[in-house]
Design a protein around this ligand. Structure first.
Ligand SMILES: Cc1cc2nc3c(=O)[nH]c(=O)nc-3n(C[C@H](O)[C@H](O)[C@H](O)COP(=O)(O)OP(=O)(O)OC[C@H]3O[C@@H](n4cnc5c(N)ncnc54)[C@H](O)[C@@H]3O)c2cc1C
Length: 616
C-alpha cells in the first residue's frame, strides 16, 4: 500500500494549490483525481482575477502560491477593472487560454518530485488509528492527512432543460456523496447549484457588429518574479454583445421549461453569478444585458459568452443566442447547463480548514460552498499549508481578515452557515483601503516568513521588504521646501501655488489632486534615485491612503464595541446607501440591535461601517 504524508482528493484549483504549497515543505504528497480532467482545469469562465479576486491571486502569489504564475503564462488578455475608481478597489483580470493554463499546471505539478498525481476516482475514506485509508476504484492509499477538494462533484447532477444526468461537470462522472465517502460526516440539508453558458463556435460570429475590447499592455503580471508587463502568450481582444427585447422575451416565454423555475433544480445558486433566466425574471423591465464574448484559448475554436449562463433546453438556448446582434449565425458547440451538488457546513471547519470533529481532515474549494477559481485556490493554499505545518508540528497559518481577502473569506466561511454560494468582493472587507492589490506583498510577507523557507521567492521578498522600508523612511524623512521647483510643478500648471509650506514627501503624496505614483517617481528622479516601478507603486499608494486607513482602523475598533446599540430596522430598509441584498436580509430578520445586525449572514462589513459611522 502506498503511503503519503498528505493526500489531496481532487486536482482542481484548490487541489493544485494545496499540493504545491505542501510540497514546498518537502513532504510526500499525492493528488488523487478523476481521470480525464486536466489539473487546474476551468469548467466555466476562461478568466482569473477580477474585483476582490485579483487581490486573492496576488495574496496567493505573495504566499508562494501558483495561481498567479499560471495565469500569467496563460494570459491572453490583461485588464484592470475599476480603473476609473480608487486604487483600493482596482483589480487585475486576466483572460486565460484554458488549455494552456491546465497544461502549465500539469507541467509544474508533475515536475515536483515529491508530488505524485494518481488518476483514479476515490470511493471511500476510512479513518482508523490515526491514519486515513483512501479507497479508489483500483487501490488503497494511506495518509496521515487528507484534504478534500472535490468541487462540484459530490452527488453532482447536471441539467439542460428536462435532460438530467449524473456528473460533476459536463463529460465527467460524479463523486460519491460525503456520507458515502465518510461514515461520520454530515452535509448541509440543502444543495448548491451553479451554471455555465453555451459555448459558441468562434468562426460563426460577426465581430464587426460587436464592440471590441483590446488587452491593456500596461497591466502588470500577477507573479512577482515575472517581469511586470512581459507577456507569455499572444494577446487577443474580447467583444461586447448585448441582449435585447427579443432575447429576453424568448427566455421569459419559456419559463415553464426552465429547470430553475419549474422546480426541477432545488439547489441554491450564486446571487452574484445569475443565469440569464435569473436576470429575465429578477429584472422584468430590463432587456439589455451585456454579454462579453471571451476567447477560451488561442487554439480552441470556441468562445465563452459571459453573462448568459443557462440551463434552458438546447433549442431555446440556440433561439435566444441567435436573437442578439452579431450572433445571428452563431452555432453552439456545447450547450449551457447547471450542476447541483452537495456542500459541507463550513461552520464545522476551523480557521485552518481542518474539520473540527475529524482531526487531520481538511476541506477546501467549491465543496465548502464557495464559487470561483480564486476562492478555491485561496482555500486550497490555506488547507495545504496548514496540513503541512501541522504535520511538521509548526504554528498554523491563520491570515487575519484585517490584512487579507483570503482571511476575510476563511473567517466568513467558518463563522456563519452559508445559505447561498459564497463569492468574494471588496465590500466583504471592512478594511479594503488597506487590503489592496498593490501592497499584497507587504501585507503577506510576515505570513510567508513564518514558513521558514528559503526559496527564490523568499529571497526576493526579503530584498523587496528591505527596499520598501527604506523608501517609506525616505518619504517620511525627506522634506521638500516650498521654494523647490518640484512644489511649483506639483501645484498644477496654471494654478495658484497650492503647496505653500515645507512638507515631507509623505505629505505631498497625500494631496488630493496628485497622482501619488507619478509624484513619487518625479521626486525620486529629481533626487537621482532609481527604484523599481512595483516598489514605487506600493509605497506611493500606501502613503496616499495612510490617513484613511488609520481612520478605518479606529472605526473598526469602535464597531466591535457597539453591539448593544439599538436600531430601527425599518429605517435601514428605507435607507439609500445600503445594498438591495442587505435590505432584503434586514427585512427578513428585523434586527433590534447592532449586535444582531452583525450576525445576519450576508450583511456586508461595508454596510456595518456606514451604519456605525452615522451612529457615532
Ligand atoms: C458548470 C459550472 C459552472 C460554474 N460557473 C462558475 C461561475 O459562473 N463563476 C465562478 O466563479 N465559478 C464557476 N464555477 C465554479 C468553478 O469551476 C469552481 O469554483 C472551481 O473550479 C472550484 O475549484 P475546486 O478546486 O474546488 O473544484 P473543481 O475545479 O471542481 O475540481 C474538483 C476536482 O476534484 C476531482 N474529484 C471530485 N470527486 C472526486 C473523487 N471522488 N475522486 C477523485 N477525484 C475527484 C474532480 O475530478 C476535479 O478534478 C462553475 C463550475 C461548473 C462546473
Amino acid at each position: 500500500m502506498k503511503t503519503f504524508d498528505i493526500v489531496i482528493v481532487g486536482g482542481g484549483h484548490a487541489g493544485v494549490e494545496a499540493a504545491h504549497i505542501a510540497a514546498q515543505f518537502d513532504l510526500k504528497v499525492a493528488i488523487i483525481t478523476m481521470p480525464g480532467i486536466g489539473l487546474g482545469s476551468a469548467p466555466c469562465n476562461p478568466s482569473v482575477g477580477g474585483v476582490g479576486k485579483g487581490q486573492v491571486v496576488r495574496e496567493l502569489d505573495a504566499l508562494g502560491g501558483l495561481m498567479g504564475k499560471l495565469a500569467d503564462y496563460a494570459g491572453i488578455q490583461f485588464r484592470t477593472l475599476n480603473d476609473s475608481k480608487g486604487f483600493a478597489v482596482q483589480s487585475t483580470r486576466v483572460q486565460i487560454d484554458k488549455e494552456r493554463y491546465s497544461e502549465k499546471a500539469e507541467e509544474v505539478i508533475t515536475a515536483i518530485p515529491n508530488i505524485e498525481v494518481i488518476r483514479e476516482k476515490v470511493l471511500e475514506i476510512q479513518d482508523s488509528a490515526g491514519s486515513f485509508f483512501i479507497q479508489s476504484e483500483s487501490s488503497t492509499y494511506k495518509a496521515a492527512k487528507v484534504i478534500m477538494t472535490v468541487g462540484t462533484f459530490l452527488n453532482g447532477k447536471l441539467h439542460t432543460g428536462a435532460d438530467q444526468s449524473v456528473g460533476g461537470r459536463i463529460g465527467c462522472e460524479s463523486s460519491p456523496g460525503l456520507q458515502n465517502l465518510f461514515a461520520t460526516i454530515k452535509t448541509r440539508p440543502y444543495r448548491f447549484k451553479t451554471g455555465t453558458p453555451p459555448r459558441l463556435d468562434k468562426s460563426t460570429i460577426d465581430y464587426s457588429k460587436l464592440e471590441e475590447q483590446p488587452s491593456d499592455s500596461s497591466v502588470r503580471n500577477f507573479h512577482c518574479l515575472h517581469s511586470p508587463t512581459d507577456r507569455f502568450s499572444a494577446q487577443v481582444s474580447c467583444y461586447l454583445a448585448r441582449t435585447n427585447a427579443s432575447t429576453m422575451e424568448i427566455i421569459r416565454s419559456n419559463k415553464e421549461k426552465s429547470p430553475m423555475f419549474n422546480g426541477q433544480i432545488k439547489g441554491i445558486g450564486a446571487r452574484y453569478c445569475p443565469s440569464i433566466e435569473d436576470k429575465a425574471f429578477r429584472y422584468p423591465d430590463k432587456n439589455v444585458h451585456h454579454v462579453f464574448i471571451e476567447p477560451e484559448g488561442l487554439k480552441l475554436d470556441t468562445v465563452y459568452p459571459s453573462g448568459i449562463s443557462s440551463s434552458l433546453p438546447a433549442d431555446v438556448q440556440k433561439h435566444y443566442v441567435q436573437s442578439m446582434e452579431g450572433l445571428e449565425k452563431a452555432e453552439i458547440k456545447v450547450y449551457g447547463y447547471a450542476v447541483e451538488y452537495d456542500v459541507i457546513d463550513t461552520t464545522d471547519l476551523k480557521l485552518t480548514l481542518e474539520h473540527s470533529q475529524i482531526p487531520n481532515l481538511y476541506f477546501a474549494g467549491q465543496v465548502n460552498g464557495t464559487s470561483g477559481y480564486e476562492e478555491a485556490a485561496g482555500q486550497g493554499f490555506i488547507a495545504g499549508a496548514n496540513a503541512a505545518l501541522a504535520f511538521l508540528q509548526m504554528e498554523p497559518l491563520i491570515l487575519s481578515r484585517h490584512e487579507s481577502y483570503i482571511g476575510v473569506m476563511i473567517e466568513d466561511l467558518t463563522s456563519n452557515t452559508r445559505d447561498e454560494p459564497y463569492r468574494l468582493f471588496t465590500a466583504r472587507s471592512e478594511n479594503r483601503l488597506f487590503i489592496r492589490e498593490d501592497n499584497s506583498l507587504v501585507r503577506i510577507y510576515p505570513y510567508r516568513s513564518q514558513f521558514l523557507l528559503n526559496k527564490e521567492i523568499d529571497q526576493y521578498q526579503r530584498a523587496f521588504m528591505s527596499a520598501y522600508n527604506d523608501l517609506m523612511e525616505f518619504c517620511d524623512g525627506t522634506m521638500i521646501s516650498e521654494t523647490s521647483p518640484l512644489m511649483t510643478e506639483f501645484s498644477g500648471i496654471g494654478e495658484l501655488q497650492r503647496l505653500t509650506r515645507r512638507m515631507s514627501v509623505s505629505e505631498v503624496l497625500r494631496q488630493a489632486w496628485l497622482n501619488p505614483i507619478d509624484v513619487l517617481k518625479r521626486i525620486l528622479d529629481f533626487n537621482g534615485l532609481v527604484i523599481s516601478d512595483d516598489l514605487i507603486r506600493t509605497v506611493a499608494i500606501s502613503k496616499k491612503y495612510d490617513g484613511y486607513i488609520k481612520r478605518s482602523e479606529s472605526q473598526y475598533e469602535k464597531l466591535k464595541k457597539m453591539d448593544g446599540m439599538r436600531l430601527n430596522w425599518e429605517t435601514l430598509v428605507n435607507s439609500n446607501n445600503i445594498s438591495f441584498e442587505c435590505k432584503q436580509r434586514i427585512a427578513r430578520i428585523k434586527p433590534e440591535t447592532f449586535g444582531q445586525l452583525k450576525l445576519i449572514e450576508g450583511i456586508r462589513p461595508a454596510t456595518l461601517a456606514v451604519i456605525a459611522a452615522k451612529a457615532l
